[in-house]
Design a binder for this molecule. Structure first.
Ligand SMILES: [Zn+2]
Length: 175
């Protein structure tokens, strides 16, 4: 199960009693110690702890976005590591009272994405962008090749059909 398959408890830019300011990311209700996979390729730029995000990881993507994971119970990477989409970079935390939980009412993952110009963006928009970028270099040529194969086969079917029909017509005339 991917981290993004877990229920969202606080949406991007949402405000509630616990988040008086617009929420800077998305909170996913992950059980404690769930392995956290990277949502894209990148390089770990910071591993740190503060009162808000608790234990947190930041990494920079090849297209200069900054991805932030907050409230971890354990780090599985170190600064300078190169990571690929799907690599496990840590375990989720957020249990109040636990070391590194930060500002949290229960186990969850906080995920933030900063665009290349430094502004916050909706992580869901970023993830759909990553999906499209991954598929586009291969999808178009594959579609073209498939189209050619289908047309080629279809052409053969037409040629065979015409030959068979003409053959039957000739047999009909001769007989
Ligand atoms: Zn949050």
């Amino acid at each position: 199960m991917a981290i993004t398959d877990y229920p969202i408890t606080t949406k991007f830019q949402e405000k509630d009693w616990f988040h008086p300011n617009p929420h800077s990311g998305i909170d996913y209700a992950l059980p404690l110690n769930t392995p956290l996979e990277a949502i894209s390729d990148g390089m770990i730029t910071s591993i740190s702890t503060n009162d808000i995000l608790g234990n947190n990881i930041r990494y920079k993507t090849s297209t200069d976005e900054i991805i932030v994971y907050g409230h971890l119970s354990e780090f599985k990477v170190k600064e300078g590591d190169y990571i690929h989409k799907g690599d496990i970079i840590g375990l989720s935390g957020g249990m109040p009272g636990m070391q590194g939980a930060g500002h949290s009412t229960g186990p969850h993952l906080h995920l933030s994405v900063y665009s290349s110009n430094g502004t916050l963006m909706n992580p869901i928009d970023y993830m759909s962008q990553v999906q499209n970028n991954n598929s586009s270099p291969f999808l178009f040529p594959i579609m073209l090749i498939l189209l050619f194969i289908i047309l080629w086969k279809f052409k053969k079917v037409i040629v065979y059909s015409v030959v068979v029909i003409m053959g039957l017509f000739v047999i009909f005339i001769v007989s």
